[in-house]
Design a protein around this ligand. Structure first.
Ligand code: DQA
Length: 143
């Protein structure tokens, strides 16, 4: 199974960004963690991060055309980007909406997601370990 792990704005700054909220794992560490997990599970996984909304939209189009599964941490775009939602709505493979932090314990503007009602599954609050859990779930899921 092909899986794209797509991270949105500010997630490239993991490790230095609000470590009390997001932990000390860097985005490079995350790429290694996801790569190792994908190999163990026999998944074809790629991790990408962007601070540019149009780039994420393009990657979602690519995933839609490939029929790939997507693990999407859209960061702040989760809460307001109809463009990201419209691109994600075109996916034919499973979509896991993921948040490192438990957004429901945070500011009220983080409680609403424009993605959750089109996602196959939603994860929040597992820290960066959530990425590993999402891949394990995708690998076990009947296609
Ligand atoms: C986040 C939560 C969002 O509210 C925030 O804007 C992020 C990261 C998370 O992983 O917990 O950038 O998606």
């Amino acid at each position: 199974m092909k899986v794209l792990v797509l991270n949105g704005p500010n997630l490239g700054r993991l490790g230095t960004r609000e470590p009390d909220v997001y932990g000390s794992t860097t985005h490079d560490d995350l790429v290694t963690l996801v790569g190792d997990t994908g190999r163990d599970l026999g998944l074809d996984v790629q991790v990408r991060q962007t601070d540019h909304e149009g780039e994420l939209v393009g990657w979602l189009h690519e995933a839609a055309d490939l029929g790939a599964a997507v693990v999407l941490n859209a960061g702040a775009w989760t809460h307001y980007s109809i463009a990201v939602r419209d691109a994600a709505a075109q996916l034919t493979g499973p979509l896991v909406e993921l948040h490192i932090s438990n957004v429901h314990r945070r500011e009220s503007f983080r409680h609403h997601s424009v993605l959750s009602d089109i996602a196959t599954a939603v994860m929040a609050g597992f820290g960066v370990d959530g990425y590993r859990l999402a891949l394990e779930w995708l690998a076990r899921r009947p296609s």
